[in-house]
Design a protein around this ligand. Sequence first.
Ligand code: UDP
Length: 162
Amino acid sequence: AYRNFSSHPPEKERTLIVVKPDGVQRRLVGRIVQRFEQRGFKLVGLKLLQVSEDLLAQHYQQLRSKPFYPDLVQYMTSGPVVVMAWEGHQVIQSSRKMVGHTNPAEAQAGTVRGDFSLHVSRNVVHASDSPEGALRELQLWFQGQELLNWDCVDQFITCEDI
Ligand code: UDP
């Protein structure tokens, strides 16, 4: 009965979410994953890794001239990160809202940054900010075969396939 019900079919999008080194150190990985699962998004890629300065320079290419960039590199390479690819309807804009304002002092309660962090230099998580950014970042952080296509048995509930 759900199938073809909607006149606004869901868009299948993917985005990159990174639990930054402070999030891993503070054992927040599970709680962050849980938020994306409970929202209804599908996990399509996941790994723990130590970021290289080279990858970071590509990831943050627009920030390389900023005064905080050296500190950002030190922070992001200070320990392992958890890199995730999430898929689902408007996941890029929804995950930006779930993550909250870049500066945790401005972030709403209920967002990851608003609930778990205080300062912009230790803001726990990254989320791609646009379709172009998401595509670029997913290609940068993941090999093609690391991203899986799989069917969710509750896909009618999560509106993935309305
Ligand atoms: N950042 C920082 N100081 C600043 C601005 C940004 O340390 O004044 C760091 C922070 O970790 C932020 C990242 O640089 O998440 C990338 O900044 P951007 O403006 O792209 O924000 P985001 O997309 O992460 O919300």
